[in-house]
Design a protein around this ligand. Structure first.
Ligand code: WT7
Length: 635
């Protein structure tokens, strides 16, 4: 018998030890007892981090939607699978049962098939947080198409890059979206993106805001009429364990975004198992994760993990500040939410507002609080613990990445004693380690180092779409035979981990992972800009804000700096999205560079953070004199 739900610390250590000593047996028992398979695997795990190649449950046959939907029909057919809470609090919430979800997914699966989408084809989903988004994801999985969800806050350029990189043939979108008191013209953004995407021949449009949009004959169709005509049954495509389930883009420190490829069986087993344990999920609970499905958090812990457990999962269309800052808590009260999972940036934003917004609601249904996306500072942790959890709901600070597919380091509520700012202990099956500057593993405790994982776990990304070499270089080349996370971490005396932040050039703003390269590319598009570099600096609400250092061309020097700043941020909004706008822009005559021409962002970061007394050795720079100039004009 497997131990699917860990109930106390002693059991955790026992299970953890087993998962390390006999990883294959450990995962095999869970896979066997808790999922439906058309055929069992030939081999639980084969791996080689040198290639790198990892296969879990190879040879097994399944469809993930049968595990997330069909198998619940007999016992939970009339149970709510998804609660949809609209942006507008006066619009009625929608309760979609497992039976209804089954029917909706089948109808869309038929529509996709009728449109010529087949197993292995890529489909781009660019939708707001409405039920059709979850249904689209599941319909792709049902027919074996690979979904590539693009967060509906991304610009046309960012969308086009992602569509072309993965070779999507179809886009699912809506006429527009609601965001607080604003509407966004999603279809307009899609139209603009598609001028650069010749391979997309079909666009299916959900009617959400009833705006006037243009439909391109032969390419665009309203979705609802097609659904009405489609059959409500669909035999799921039987997939191999290692068939790709989805592509999801994440920023790197250089170059284009990376299309992380996740495969079917391992991802399913791992997200389901971790959902159960990290959220202490019980049959009648109402679970709510506030993330957007455009991020990995939404894939794994709004859709797949919860549905694989037959859970009720809430999807919220709106924003925490609309119609006022009490909205989250109003929803918790209204739907009697038991598990609430959000990001530190949201907590910090809400903690700044009057406590009245919290205190007028009954939050007694809450049992577990979660955070994800960036390190949570102590002040925010205590605010969350005191005011939302009333010191009764354990906080799970869950550490993971788009690449890891599921949560790797986290407390288990009611099991692991928590310490603020610590993600605590590795989940079963996860073997973290810390590496020193020389690439050696640090075996002692009370140290900090670079966080790596030295053994495969089932939901790890298998490759970067179209670029396996980059996958190898980014994750498996920094250290021998281990996966490098890009994060720094500290391990305390009892083996608890505290994540200290990125050690590369990725900057996390409001929980969004931003690479420096695409933002700098956007700035450099400005005709007056010669070169630029951006770094992060601490921000009370967003965790980090962006600071840009910009060198102007001769022709730009006569221009008004305020106008230039506006134009630069406008370009960033168009190319990357508003989230990447710069808070500060300093014009400078040069940037500190190494002799090989690499910008020393480390120095710029210190300057932006006002830590100039610890700049370190600048004498090896190509142009050390520029450092003093920059310090002299810091904003
Ligand atoms: C990076 C991954 C995983 C879903 C959301 C972000 C940072 C994530 C934590 C945490 C400290 C965290 C890391 C990681 N991060 N969770 N609990 N404590 N840092 O996914 O966009 O792929 O970003 O987010 O730096 O590497 P992502």
């Amino acid at each position: 018998m497997s131990s699917y739900h860990i109930k106390n610390l002693e059991e955790y250590y026992k299970v953890y030890r087993k998962s390390i000593r006999e990883p294959e047996l450990f995962w095999e028992e869970i896979a066997e007892e808790h999922f439906n398979w058309h055929k069992k695997w030939d081999k639980v795990l084969s791996w080689d981090f040198k290639k790198p190649e990892v296969k879990w449950f190879d040879g097994a046959k399944l469809n993930i939607t049968e595990n997330c939907i069909d198998r619940h029909l007999r016992t939970r057919g009339n149970k709510t699978a998804i609660i949809f809470e609209p942006n507008n609090p006066d619009e009625e919430a929608l309760h979609i049962t497992y039976k209804q979800l089954h029917e909706r997914v089948n109808r869309l699966a038929n529509v996709l098939t009728n449109k010529g989408i087949k197993k292995g084809d890529r489909v781009c989903i660019y939708l707001p947080m409405i039920p059709e988004l979850a249904v689209s994801v599941l319909a792709c999985a049902r027919i074996g198409a690979i979904h590539s969800v693009v967060f509906a806050g991304f610009s046309a350029t960012a969308l086009a890059t992602r569509i072309n990189d993965s070779g999507c043939k179809m886009v699912l979108t809506s006429d527009g979206s609601y965001r607080g008191n604003k509407t966004i013209d999603l279809k307009g953004i899609v139209d603009e993106a598609l001028t650069k995407c010749p391979e997309v021949n079909s666009v299916l449009v959900v009617k959400r805001i009833h705006s006037e949009i243009t439909m391109l004959a032969g390419r665009d169709n309203w979705l609802q009429p097609l659904l009405n005509e489609a059959s409500a049954t669909y035999e799921p495509e039987i997939m191999n364990a290692e068939d790709p389930l989805f592509i999801l883009y994440t920023s790197g420190s250089t170059g284009n975004p990376k299309g992380m490829v996740h495969t079917t069986a391992g991802y399913m087993v791992y997200t389901a198992y971790t959902f159960k344990n990290v959220f202490n999920y019980k049959e009648d609970d109402i679970y709510w994760c506030t993330a957007d499905i455009g991020w990995i958090t939404g894939h794994s812990y709004i859709i797949y993990g919860p549905l694989a457990n037959g859970a009720t999962t809430v999807m919220f269309e709106g924003v925490p500040s609309y119609p006022d800052y009490g909205r989250f808590w109003k929803i918790v009260e209204k739907h009697k939410v038991s598990q609430f999972y959000t990001a530190p940036t949201a907590i910090r934003a809400l903690a700044k507002e009057k406590l009245d917004y919290v205190d007028q609601y009954n939050l007694s249904s809450l049992k577990v609080l979660g955070t994800v996306g960036e390190p949570i500072n102590e002040e925010a942790w205590h605010w969350y613990n005191d005011n939302i959890g009333k010191k009764k709901s354990p906080i799970v600070d869950t550490w993971w990445q788009t690449e890891t597919g599921g949560i790797l380091i986290s407390p288990i509520p009611y099991v692991t004693p928590t310490i603020p700012t610590f993600a605590c202990l590795p989940l079963p099956g996860v073997q973290p380690c810390l590496m020193d500057e020389n690439g050696k593993e640090i075996k002692t405790n009370q140290v900090d180092g670079r966080l790596c994982i030295k053994y495969p776990w089932p939901s790890m990304a298998r490759t970067i779409w179209g670029d396996h070499q980059r996958y190898k270089e980014t994750y498996f080349s920094a250290y021998k035979n281990t996966y490098f996370t890009g994060d720094g971490a500290l391990r305390d005396t009892v083996g608890y981990y505290r994540i200290t932040g990125r050690v590369d050039d990725v900057i996390i703003v409001s929980g969004h992972n931003l690479g420096t390269a695409p933002i700098e590319d956007a700035i450099n598009e400005h005709p007056a800009v010669a070169e630029s570099a951006i770094v992060g600096f601490p921000d009370d609400i967003r965790g980090n804000a962006l600071y840009g250092f910009v060198i102007l061309k001769e022709t730009g020097k006569d221009r008004k700096q305020e106008n230039l700043r506006k134009e630069i941020n406008q370009l960033i909004t168009e190319h990357v999205g508003p989230i990447a706008k710069l808070k500060k822009i300093q014009f400078t005559s040069g940037l500190p560079k190494t002799r090989s021409g690499k910008i020393m962002r480390r120095i710029l970061r210190k300057i932006a953070c006002n830590e100039t007394e610890h700049l370190g050795d600048t004498s090896t720079l190509l142009n050390p004199e520029v450092v003093q100039e920059i310090i002299g004009h810091v904003l």
